[in-house]
Design a protein around this ligand. Structure first.
Ligand code: URA
Length: 248
């Protein structure tokens, strides 16, 4: 799709979202363009996969979603921010729904947007190696997610309102998966989840508490690829060893 058309679509979606929210605030019902669009007043905890409407996702209380299948479908139908109209695919995350270890990156890139899977490009290959060769674990046995579920144009940094819309999905993923350890990859994920402004060089190497879960920040694999020094690899290896010890 051409960039101008995508941008126009994104603007339109945002306006429709605002309009619908305003109607709801005014106590008015959704406008139904077909029987399918009628807001049937279901509770979010009653949602079943395969039956959600985009209008339901717009205002849903994400924190009361009961399972990851429904949450994934909500992400697929999400149009809360303009990125929802720019994506080819949303990237919910993948792996074991009861994983002890969860990796959290920044946002999908071009390859991830194309495939709908996290960390499948060059940085992803390095992450997979860190997990399999470095940690002697299987990628399928951990869970890999991102702060944003849709790709920002040209891989620019996520914007505050995009994070505000998207972070509740990650928070609910963490609540439902209940990992023992979270490993945040790079500045962006680490700062967002820890809630500080410090850089990754300062943050990495020690555990933080994330609502009772141990959180270890480490370098993003894309940063490692750009700065492939022996020292940086040693730093990441030290962080992974601490995680492994915690998982025992
Ligand atoms: N970088 C990220 O932060 N996440 C991905 O999924 C891919 C690259």
């Amino acid at each position: 799709m051409k960039d101008e058309i995508r941008e126009e679509l994104a603007g339109l979606t945002q306006n429709v979202g605002k309009y619908l929210r305003q109607k709801k605030e005014n106590g008015e019902k959704w406008i139904a363009s077909s029987a399918k669009d009628i807001d049937n007043g279901r509770k979010v905890s009653e949602y079943k996969s395969g039956s959600l409407f985009e209008s339901e996702v717009l205002d849903a209380d994400i924190s009361s979603v009961k399972n990851l299948g429904v949450l994934k479908e909500m992400v697929e139908k999400c149009r809360k921010c303009p990125l929802g109209s720019l994506r080819n695919n949303s990237v919910f995350g993948e792996g074991n729904y009861s994983a002890d270890l969860m990796f959290v990156g920044e946002a999908p890139g071009k390859d991830e947007d194309k495939q709908g899977r996290p960390f499948v490009g060059r940085a992803g290959k390095l992450l997979t190696e860190i997990i399999s060769k470095g940690m002697d674990m299987r990628r399928e046995n951990v869970f890999i997610a991102n702060i944003l579920k849709c790709r920002p144009p040209e891989n620019r940094n996520p914007m505050p309102d995009e994070i505000e819309c998207c972070e509740p999905y990650l928070i609910r993923q963490i609540e439902l998966i209940k990992p023992k350890v979270i490993c945040t990859l790079g500045n962006f994920a680490s700062r967002t989840l820890i809630g500080v402004k410090d850089g990754i060089t300062k943050l990495r190497g020690t555990f933080f508490d994330y609502h009772g879960i141990k959180l270890m920040p480490t370098f993003h694999p894309a940063y490692l690829l750009r700065n492939y020094s022996k020292q940086n690899r040693i730093y990441v290896w030290e962080d992974m060893k601490k995680i492994l010890k915690e998982l025992k």
